[in-house]
Design a protein around this ligand. Structure first.
Ligand code: ADP
Length: 603
């Protein structure tokens, strides 16, 4: 069983490979193969170009994105740097003077025109480091300053060793009262940044802060920038820095205001963006443009995250770019245009090649057919010429015997010789028909027109056919005008056509039937009408009648014999004269053939 199954599979595989091989071979030899190869090559080239265009598009996109990201980050850095410069100025002020009053602080900031030049900050101020033991003395000092009668360090805690109360501050972008005396260390986020600033000696950014201005119920995200101030100038070690830290000059920012002021520049770079600080990666971002979530969900937009290192902290910025803003639509659609153009060209060129090949193949077929036709015609013509000469010879000799040139001929001999003569005559007629057919087929018939009396021509034909008419015992009627009907025709060829139609009427009519021939004319045309009461023609056979070699089956066709060439020739010869030949027939009742010839024959 297993063996049989294996053999079946093998047989199937052989069958399939044979079929595939045949399919490939058929395709290879078909007209479709070259266009398919050309179209395939164009499609491959299109694919390669499309791939390259796509890669170049990606590179252009990336370059545009990199450019925008770096512009954004430079803007943020430059803004924060400019604030740090002020804060460093504040440190310089503290270091240059033994005692800085609130008034001095205000004057210093006014000199920088902070409200005009640095509008993004909420407050810019100084937090002094005060050991717990000196809080009272410090409070007393502050209360002695004008405007600070209610000054308190807060919140106080029994465990705190030192505080960093807000000593001086200038409001930049807020109208609410400043929370003087607030201990900077009391907020974990602030304290971390302050300690880092203190221990490193470097300006430090806080994490994300939740700000609640005094008297406001709303909270805002924000951050602060701290610059450490050492009482005896810059310090070398962490221990020295901790011992000598005198306080912190700071600027605090509300994120929406900070980014709002820089938005004019930033929003030109990205469609939307958000900023996360390390501590808010999972939580609320520090800042987010209003359209961020809407654009994030939109398909086709590009999201890019980049970390920006700023004053000891990383800000993660998530950008959303809209491709249409990054690149022109021509650039964006180049790969698609390449693809569509390529496919279109492949199809078009493939089709053109196919059409050219088909036209060429058709031309070759026509040429071949023409050559075969020509060869056939020549063969026919040659053969019939060769047949005609001996047949004509036979006719002459038989004629001579019949006329008594060879002595007396008995009555029986006369009858037999008469039949031989008629057969030979018929044979010559067929040879003539075939010769004419060959001439028509090869377009070699040239009419030799002369002025001819159609009446006389028809009469002559009837005289020639008289033996047949007599033999058939038909009732024969001719209606032919007395006056000559002159037409410029090739009498020899037209005679053949008319004779064929009349001879058919005699042949296909039962013995004793009637045949009527009528000749008449109108001012423009001559008519030859041949009516018989013969076997008639079936309606479905009428269109075959004038075709080459078509003999229609009827009760007489076997008995009378024929080639099926006569009417085909007659139609062509009449048409060569600019005329027509038509037929009306009723099976069993008879047929009427009408030949119409123009009186003004074309020359
Ligand atoms: P054939 O040599 O067979 O007569 P023709 O081309 O002259 O060839 O005629 C074609 C066929 O048309 C004939 O075989 C015959 O069946 C039919 N046909 C022609 N004339 C007549 C007619 N007057 N009556 C009936 N059938 C005819």
């Amino acid at each position: 069983m297993q063996y049989a199954a294996h053999r079946d599979v093998k047989r199937y595989n052989t069958f399939m490979s044979y079929r595939i091989a045949r399919l490939v071979s058929t395709l290879y030899h078909s007209l479709y193969f070259p266009p398919m190869v050309i179209a395939g090559a164009i499609l491959i080239a299109t694919g390669v170009t499309w791939h390259a265009a796509n890669q170049s598009l990606q590179r252009d996109k990336q370059a545009a994105i990199n450019d925008r990201v770096s512009t954004t980050e430079r803007t943020i850095e430059d803004t924060l740097n400019s604030y740090e410069e002020i804060l460093q100025g504040g440190v310089g002020l503290l270091q240059g003077s033994d005692e800085v009053t609130a008034g001095d602080w205000a004057n210093f900031l006014t000199a920088y025109s902070i409200k005009t030049n640095y509008p993004s900050a909420q407050t810019i101020g100084f937090m002094k480091v005060v050991p717990a033991s000196q809080v009272d003395a410090f409070t007393a000092y502050m209360r002695s300053q004008p405007g600070f009668a209610d000054y308190t360090v807060h919140p106080l805690s029994s465990s705190a060793a030192e505080y960093a109360p807000l000593m001086y501050a200038q409001a930049v972008a807020i109208t609410s009262p400043i929370n003087f005396g607030l201990d900077g260390y009391s907020s974990e986020t602030r304290r971390q940044a302050m300690f880092t600033a203190r221990d490193t000696g470097h300006t430090t950014l806080t994490g994300s802060l939740t700000l609640q201005p005094l008297g406001d119920t709303k909270t805002y995200s924000g951050f602060s920038l701290f610059v450490p101030y050492y009482i005896t100038g810059p310090q070398q070690t962490v221990t020295a820095r901790r011992q000598n830290v005198g306080g912190y000059v700071y600027a605090s920012f509300r994120a929406d205001k900070f980014f709002g002021h820089t938005t004019a520049t930033l929003s030109r770079q990205a469609a939307a963006y958000q900023v996360r600080t390390e501590d808010t990666i999972q939580a609320k971002p520090l800042y987010s443009t209003d359209n961020y979530n809407a654009l994030d969900a939109k398909r086709g937009n590009i999201t890019v995250s980049h970390a920006l290192h700023l004053y000891g902290r990383d800000w993660h910025i998530d950008y959303i770019f809209q491709p249409s803003e990054l690149l022109s639509s021509v650039q964006l659609h180049r790969p698609t245009s390449v693809l569509i153009g390529g496919i279109f060209s492949a199809v078009l060129i493939g089709l053109i090649v196919l059409l050219l090949l088909k036209a060429r193949a058709h031309e070759l077929t026509v040429q071949k057919e023409r050559a075969v036709e020509l060869a056939k015609d020549e063969l026919l013509s040659l053969a019939s010429h060769q047949l005609r000469t001996p047949a004509t010879g036979v006719k002459q000799y038989l004629g001579m015997i019949l006329q008594g040139f060879a002595g007396h001929v008995s009555r029986e001999q006369m009858t037999l010789l008469g039949k031989a003569y008629a057969s030979n005559d018929r044979q010559l007629q067929i040879i003539n028909e075939i010769l004419h057919l060959a001439k028509i087929e090869s377009g070699r018939i040239v009419l030799a027109r002369t002025e001819t009396d159609l009446n006389a021509l028809v009469q002559d034909i009837l005289t020639e056919l008289q033996p047949d008419i007599t033999a058939a015992k038909h009732h024969f009627e001719t209606i032919i005008p007395k006056r000559p009907m002159i037409l410029t025709i090739d009498a020899h060829t037209l005679r053949m056509a008319i004779e064929n139609v009349i001879s058919n009427a005699i042949k296909y009519t039962h013995r004793g039937g009637s045949v009527t021939i009528k000749l008449y004319k109108t001012p423009t045309h001559a008519f030859i009408r041949v009516r018989d009461t013969g076997v008639g023609i079936q309606p479905q056979d009428l269109d075959k009648l004038f075709k080459q070699f078509s003999r229609l089956p009827n009760e007489m066709s076997l008995a009378v014999g024929g080639t099926g060439i006569g009417l085909y020739l007659a139609k062509h010869l009449v048409e060569l004269h600019g005329g027509t030949i038509t037929v009306k027939s009723a099976p069993g009742k008879g047929s009427t053939f009408t030949i119409v010839l123009p009186l003004d024959a074309p020359l």
